[in-house]
Design a protein around this ligand. Structure first.
Ligand SMILES: Nc1ncnc2c1ncn2[C@@H]1O[C@H](COP(=O)(O)OP(=O)(O)OP(=O)(O)O)[C@@H](O)[C@H]1O
Ligand SMILES: [Mg+2]
Length: 251
């Protein structure tokens, strides 16, 4: 039998804020080397789940294991170090406004690696090429390039430390349909381009069309649990009434 490997494991995860239970005994594992999208209505707890992966939140009950590690066993410094395993892409590119594109991408390398200027330059340019950014933009400021280009830069910066796991929180919300398509392709190509390290990609999304186009697995979060987790072709045909409604409302 083929042994399945998981990058992230949620075992009976419960998270409460005061008397508000957001995650309620959730069980769910994320496949290594695959693209998994987490769907759910607004307020379902998707971002809360993501924050457990990063060790920003800790479980009220149950356990989260990330790359085999229970983050509760790490101190603050170790968690900071551990986060270099992740690349985060936010809804708005979240670039440093006063730094050039080049410096934005170089930033994590300067923070966490001990490289010469020459090595940094080589890496930054290789990443900017990988995400398809045009050369004339390298030394511009984020405000001087388009939203689609800023997305590319955000992705390049997230890839700077060659992360094992890429996390995308609503990567295309607020973009026009053509740029959305471009970003979806970029996520897929980035994933495939890093298959040598079995990169795992986790996307949080509302965009059902994009989800069905680029994901390997889809998880649906409702009432604090994952009520469906299946390969994308099965998810499309799910008979779960809430998921059917979600698909119908969004297409
Ligand atoms: N730090 C916090 N303190 C108190 N409540 C919180 C905190 N973070 C999240 N919540 C609550 O958890 C619930 C889920 O929020 P979360 O942001 O995870 O939802 P979401 O699925 O990401 O929604 P959206 O699609 O709107 O981004 C909400 O009711 C929110 O108020
Ligand atoms: Mg959210």
């Amino acid at each position: 039998m083929n042994e399945e490997k998981f990058s992230i494991e949620f075992n009976h995860l419960t998270k409460t804020f005061g008397d508000h239970t957001v995650l309620n005994g959730l069980d769910f594992n994320i496949h290594e080397g695959k693209i998994t999208t987490i769907l759910g209505f607004s307020g379902a707890g998707k971002s809360t789940l993501l924050k457990h992966i990063l060790g920003i939140f800790h479980p009220t009950d149950g356990q989260v294991k990330v790359l085999g590690q229970d983050l509760r066993n790490l101190n603050e410094k170790q968690i900071r170090e551990f986060r270099t395993n992740f690349g985060m892409v936010f809804q708005y590119a979240a670039l440093f406004d006063s730094m050039t594109i080049f410096e934005n991408v170089a930033f994590p390398m300067r923070e966490f690696e001990n490289l010469s200027e020459e090595q940094i330059k080589k890496k930054v340019i290789s990443l900017l090429e990988q995400v398809g950014l045009e050369e004339h933009a390298y030394y511009k400021l984020p405000s001087e390039i388009s939203g689609g280009m800023r997305k590319r830069v955000g992705l390049a910066r997230a890839l700077a430390l060659k992360p094992k796991v890429m996390l995308y929180d609503e990567p295309t919300t607020g973009l026009d349909p053509i740029t959305t398509h471009m970003v979806d392709d970029l996520i897929r190509n980035t994933h495939q381009g890093n298959s040598d390290i079995k990169m795992t990609s986790v996307i949080i999304s509302h965009d059902i069309a994009a989800t069905l186009r680029i994901s390997d697995y889809v998880a649906f979060l409702e009432k604090g649990r994952v009520v469906e987790h299946s390969a994308v072709e099965d998810f499309r045909n799910s008979s779960h009434p809430v998921i059917r409604k979600f698909i119908e409302l969004s297409t």
